[in-house]
Write a protein of this length. Structure first.
Length: 232
């Protein structure tokens, strides 16, 4: 939903490319951990991949280790992963390139995920749950999505950035579910089955997320995503 909202923010054409960072510091429930590990195993060919000129390019990107990224506090690690949703987004918006990174604020979860045996998903999920508990002990959780989109407006190159910070991923997921149900009940969604991110009105999504209790920050700026010097 958010990339579509960004693409609708005054672009004549959003076709050059997009860079996304999503993640932060959060706990894992057993179910969420198992789903995450299973996704890693099943999507092995998507790790390190990018979207370029209409297709997925395996191995096009490399992990970013202990780097400063826009809006993220301190140094983090970012791992490229091109999901099927990101591919649909690239095709729908006509983007020439998409780079999508999953961000980890801490090292415990990364260590737990460094060696995963496809035949041993449950033990790996258990390790991830324990690692996340250590990661978040005595520290605030947060979920952050930073999107940068390159395109054109009034015939000139334009880069815009959208950033959303929430208390955690679970409450943010709940907010998305609530606004989707409200849209259905209000008759804003046509009959049939749809991907919510492709059928909900981007302007209404932004308006409702801005008022959501778990959302701490939601901003759209007319500039590239930048690391602010001296920011903690």
């Amino acid at each position: 939903m958010l990339p579509r909202a960004l693409a609708a923010a005054g672009f004549d054409r959003a076709s050059t490319g997009s860079t996304a960072y999503s993640g932060g510091r959060d706990r894992f429930t057993p179910g969420a951990a198992r789903d995450y590990v299973a996704g890693m195993v099943e999507g092995a060919g998507r790790s390190l991949a990018a979207w370029r000129e209409g297709r997925r390019v395996p191995g096009a990107l490399t992990p970013l280790d202990r780097v400063e990224l826009p809006y993220f506090p301190g140094r983090v690690t970012a791992h490229p992963f091109l999901s099927t949703e990101a591919e649909r987004l690239a095709a729908t918006l006509g983007l020439a390139e998409v780079r999508w990174y999953h961000v980890f604020d801490g090292e415990q979860a990364l260590r737990a995920l460094s060696t995963v045996d496809p035949a041993q998903i449950d033990p790996a999920a258990d390790r991830l749950v324990r690692a996340a508990e250590l990661e978040t002990f005595g520290r605030s959780t947060y979920q952050l999505i930073v999107l940068q989109l390159d395109g054109a407006a009034q015939g000139r190159p334009v880069t815009r950035t959208l950033a959303l910070r929430a208390a955690d991923s679970y409450r943010l997921t709940a907010e998305a579910a609530v606004l989707t149900v409200r849209a259905v009940l209000a008759g804003e969604v046509p009959p049939g089955s749809h991907h919510a991110g492709e059928v909900l009105d981007p302007a209404r999504v932004m308006q409702r997320l801005a008022a959501a209790p778990s959302v701490r920050q939601l901003e759209l700026v007319d500039r590239p995503a930048m690391v602010e010097e001296g920011a903690l």
